[in-house]
Design a protein around this ligand. Sequence first.
Ligand code: C2E
Ligand code: MG
Ligand code: MG
Ligand code: MG
Length: 278
Amino acid sequence: QAKNDGRNITRFFTKEMNAKLQQNKEILADLIKSLTQGHFELYYQPLFTIDNNTLVGAEALIRWHHPEKGMIPPDVFITIAEQSGLIHELGDWVLAQACREVKRFLSAGILAIRIAINISPVQFRRKDFVSNMLRILQEQDVSPGFIELEITEGAVMDNVDEAIITMQNLKDAGFQLAMDDFGTGYSSLSYLKRFPIQKVKIDRSFIAEIENDIDSKSIARAIIHMGHSLGLKVLAEGVETQEQLQYLYAEQCDYVQGYFTGRPMPANDFLKKFTIVT
Ligand code: C2E
Ligand code: MG
Ligand code: MG
Ligand code: MG
């Protein structure tokens, strides 16, 4: 009897796994099609100084308009793109598109702006990563100073020395560098000190719990103060309430991003919202 149950469970999981594999294969095929057919879009979420007065930039967030299934969030397809290697083509498109749109923002008079884009660990570890980025910027005639690269601890921790060289090369080329989702990964403070970055982004899981969880509150405060002592700027992600913003302001966090100050939006909406008509 027990043996029988075991077999059933095995068969059940195998079926589930096969279905998942099949589904991923279909998503990958659709991703490839969508890349040539232009079904991707970048949304832009505004980044402000902590007093919520001054726009300092925007984070570009990819959106996939699946022809049949509608909008599919990045969390679903980025992993599949990474596993298949398609992330390289997708990442190239993201950078080129961000370049095209930052030129639109600049010529509309949104001047003090920088676009932050997310870099997958798979992209970051590629040998020709830096030269490939610079080639795209050159093709688009955009200076690296307008682009901030968001990397995660996962991208740098398995080969720290090599990662530092890549980061230094990016910095020398003129890119700004930010550590994204800080606090969720290895969070090694001693390493952070060695990284040639300018900014740390506190993961939104801590911000969300500021009012309810004393530990999250302490962690957010510790990241701000530690970041400052290392000469870094600190941004809080996922700020949704006035109370969270007030706490971060009191702790002298530098920048804010979140639904409270502005949701991610299409480029046209961003333009409309932030172009100052004179
Ligand atoms: P991330 O880089 O940490 O981006 C921030 C995520 O938090 C975004 O989700 C954004 O919409 C969401 N967010 C911002 N403010 C709030 C808030 O106040 N409350 C809540 N609940 N959420 C907020 P999104 O756009 O779904 O992206 C998810 C993740 O997918 C990103 O996390 C990033 O890791 C990845 N991703 C997005 N675009 C790209 C891309 O172009 N390339 C790569 N490699 N990854 C990307
Ligand atoms: Mg990010
Ligand atoms: Mg983040
Ligand atoms: Mg995140």
